[in-house]
Design a protein around this ligand. Structure first.
Ligand code: PEP
Length: 257
């Protein structure tokens, strides 16, 4: 929206091994290229599992594919005795541009608190990775607190210690809309995105707030993306299920056509 470059981000979750990832990214690039995708006008990014990242990096670098990539999570720590963790330093070395932080599945299945999310945002920024900070309310939150209160509180907490120099992305993902087939309406997404942008203005200033992209996520499909993209405060989408369907994801990226 406005003069921010839209970002269409595909969160693969626990799907596609490194061989499948290579085939998928190659085909996605061809498909977008065939359709004369405006790569400068709409940024496309994929978020494969950690074990795919080296393969995706090699493919993207050797074929100079105009597709960005990142990880679905990172450790709050840079190194040390943290078995099973992956550091921001490792992701930066693999040329990741982005890292998703605080996805609702991490918050609920892995007990990530607002404090953990804030520490991970700091870890990403230490290594010049752009954090995609996920916030969103459950159906119960919506009933009790209304649409914006929980996402706004989560964003405030995630931004603790973030300065106005930071390059960040925010993803508004109502938990009730994730994987449910029940997307928010463009109106609902806009209402919360506007409230989130007001938090950015307050904490990081007008300039950062004006350039920061706020994505909508939750059952985005080719059939509903255009409605979200017409909203002034929605600057792209974080796509789960539909990002695994090549044609569907390529159509979402071509929302302008
Ligand atoms: C997600 O998990 O980030 C997501 C938006 O999932 P889906 O598109 O499947 O609702």
């Amino acid at each position: 929206a406005l003069n921010r470059t839209p970002l269409i981000a595909g969160n693969w979750k626990l799907n596609l091994d490194h061989l499948q990832a290579i085939a998928f990214v190659q085909k996605l690039a061809w498909s977008l290229d065939d359709a004369k995708h405006d790569f400068a006008g709409v940024e496309v990014a994929v978020f494969p599992p950690f074990t795919d990242l080296r393969s995706v990096q090699t493919l993207v670098a050797s074929d100079k594919l105009p597709i960005a990539f990142g990880a679905q999570d990172l450790s709050a720590h840079d190194s040390g005795a943290y078995t099973g963790e992956i550091s921001g330093a490792f992701l930066a070395k693999l040329e990741c541009s982005y890292v998703i932080i605080g996805h609702s599945e991490r918050r609920t299945l892995h007990n990530e608190t607002d404090e953990v999310v804030a520490a991970k945002v700091q870890a990403a920024l230490r290594h010049s990775l752009v954090p995609i900070i996920c916030v969103g309310e459950t159906a119960e939150d919506l009933e009790t607190h209304g649409p914006s209160a929980v996402p706004v509180a989560q964003l405030r907490a995630a931004l603790a210690g973030v300065t106005s120099a930071a390059d960040i992305v925010v993803a508004y993902e109502p938990v009730w809309a994730i994987g449910s087939g029940q997307a928010a309406t463009p109106d609902q997404a806009e209402q919360v995105a506007a409230a989130l942008r007001a938090v950015l203005v307050e904490l990081l200033g007008d300039d950062v707030a004006a350039k920061t992209r706020i994505l909508y996520g939750g059952s985005v499909k080719a059939a509903n993306i255009a409605g979200f993209m017409r909203e002034p405060n929605v600057d792209g989408a974080l796509v789960g299920g539909a990002s695994l369907d090549l044609d569907e994801f390529a159509s979402i990226a071509r929302f302008k056509q």
